[in-house]
Design a protein around this ligand. Sequence first.
Ligand code: AMP
Ligand code: GLY
Length: 421
Amino acid sequence: MKILILGSGGREYSIGRAIKNEQEKHELFFQPGNGATNELGENIAISDYDELVAFAKENEIDLTIVGPEAPLVDGVVNIFKANGLTIFGPSKEAAQLEGSKVYMKNFLAKYNIPTAKYIESDSIEELFKFTNSLSIPIVVKADGLCGGKGVIIAQSHDEAKKAISEMLSGKSFGDAGKKVIVEEFLDGYELSMFAVCDGKDYILLPAAQDHKRIGDGDTGPNTGGMGAYAPTPLVDEVLYQKVRDRVIRPTLDGMQKEGAPFEGVLFIGIMVVNGEPITLEFNVRFGDPECEILMPLMTSPVSDMFYKAATNRLADIKVEFSDQYAVGVVMASENYPYGSSTPAEIILDEVKHEDIANNTHISFAGVTLEDGKLYATGGRVLVCIGLGDSIKQARDRAYLRCGQVHFAGKKLRTDIAYQAL
Ligand code: AMP
Ligand code: GLY
């Protein structure tokens, strides 16, 4: 197939890499891609969706895979489908599950899917009143997309009220804060689950755990994710089944009833409280870095899974996973997540140790290529992935690989997968 992947991160690199490693040969294009994706395929620089459609038609693209949420919420899937193209991802309407937390919470409530007790409103009086009824900590969320920054865990009622006021006034998140959610704090452990959906059927991937905070021991500010591992032993068959029955099935049925069947990746942020899975949020795409560890665990061709999902035929296939574990350690730039960093040349040691060469790899994200040299250009730069027969083995291999990557200011957590070890 000729496959176009939209996005520029480690997530998109890892999808491309998995497709590249399939037995069948495919031709890959990335829009816009990064400084390393052009080793896997061709980077193209077309940001206008109509021009992208023209490119896909001219080049006879068989399948387009959308990585990030922004183009989904913009409706890129609707535009491609209206032009008769095959694309994997939710429609603009279905992408509201991530694009609007108010839509998502009201959907969960309507279909009796367990979630934190909440109120959504644009009235400061109503929000304050509900805030007063909660004990601390109190969770305040802006409705719209805020690049992962729209959630405040307030440690006092005053802090919660300040966050509400600043969101409503547009001061903190502009239009994304015009409506606000206040909800109860859930105390438990957090999981990422991913269901690849075709509107009716779905394939549930091994459960993963992300590490959102910048610092070891889950300290410091939130990031996009500093590392992940899967499958996590914190999930057993009983919990998987609860998520299937209480979250995924009612979501797919509910979205059909809403006239917005869900095709694409349903990313379920789960808090497990006393053994019960509670839905924290939905995203409508793969997590990053979760995708980077899930792709290498798939032993069936991933391009076929995406193609079958995009053509509503997931029921026709069986997707197999390796019985290994994967651990991914993110290496970020010096000033991440506070600000930008000076570009720094990346030196990759030649991996001589056979065990490390065979059981690790790198997914590249914030990198550019200049005169044949790779530069870290800020944010999350790359992910070192280790595979193994145990989480510990996979983790040790991932960290050994990290030791062979050098750039000025490199930053990484040293405790990825600690909850499982
Ligand atoms: P979200 O963007 O909704 O996933 O929120 C970002 C992070 O905030 C989540 O990954 C959780 O760690 C935390 N969070 C969100 N909602 C709650 C909640 N109701 N209780 C506890 N933590 C939460
Ligand atoms: N790693 C979490 C996310 O992609 O939102």
